[in-house]
Design a protein around this ligand. Structure first.
Ligand SMILES: [Zn+2]
Length: 208
């Protein structure tokens, strides 16, 4: 999973927690409104039924109804505020979920591209391995063994082209004495660089 996917998952956890906190808060605020409304309804019914006769009690009841109405108004404000915050958290959650889906799709594409590249490289290695086997089969065993030994010692390059008097392996220019010796060597002699010991391959551009 990528860093971006990790970050999105963490952000989503925070938003989802916020959402469930706000849902709980909303439920409580709505419950508070219901309680106040029920008490106010009960008071109003008593008033309407004419059950209260004493002026003092009547005044007290009317006062309570007015107080409950203000309280209900305040609580409804709280409900609206919590609802707004919840909606905002929900839309942030939806946005993060969309981003997460996009990141997952991108990761899937990258994995597919990597797998394709790996398969191509494997196929190329297979072709080269087969080619090498064919080429090696025509070469003297002792020479192949020598080549492999030097290759292991010299960072993967066992033979180098001798070009314009320079060894293609270590890039050193050969001196006149050495050039003379190589010039006089029989065609089938395996030549080696004095410096790096790699096998030297003679070509028309060797400068001999
Ligand atoms: Zn060399």
């Amino acid at each position: 999973m990528s860093q971006r996917q990790d970050a999105l998952r963490d952000q989503l956890v925070v938003v989802r927690t916020e959402e469930s906190d706000l849902e709980r808060e909303l439920k409580k605020a709505e419950g508070d409104v219901d309680q106040v409304r029920a008490r106010s309804d009960r008071d109003q019914k008593r008033l309407d039924a004419g059950q209260v006769s004493s002026p003092k009690e009547l005044e007290g009841l009317q006062h309570e109804i007015a107080t409950l109405a203000r309280r209900q108004g305040d609580l409804e404000e709280i409900v609206l505020d919590v609802m707004e915050r919840l909606e905002s958290a929900q839309s942030r959650g939806a946005e993060l979920t969309a981003q997460q889906a996009a990141a997952t799709a991108e990761a899937t594409d990258l994995t597919a591209a990597r797998d394709t590249a790996t398969a191509e490289i494997d196929a190329e290695v297979e072709v080269l391995t087969a080619q090498r086997a064919t080429q090696v089969s025509g070469i003297d065993d002792g020479l192949v063994t020598l080549y492999e030994k030097i290759r292991a010692q010299q960072g993967g390059v066992g033979a180098a082209e001798l070009k314009q008097r320079r060894c293609g392996g270590c890039r050193l220019e050969l001196n006149n004495v050495e050039i003379g010796r190589l010039r006089d060597a029989p065609e089938d002699e395996v030549l080696r660089c004095e410096e790096c010991r790699r096998i030297l391959v003679r070509t028309a551009e060797s400068g001999l």
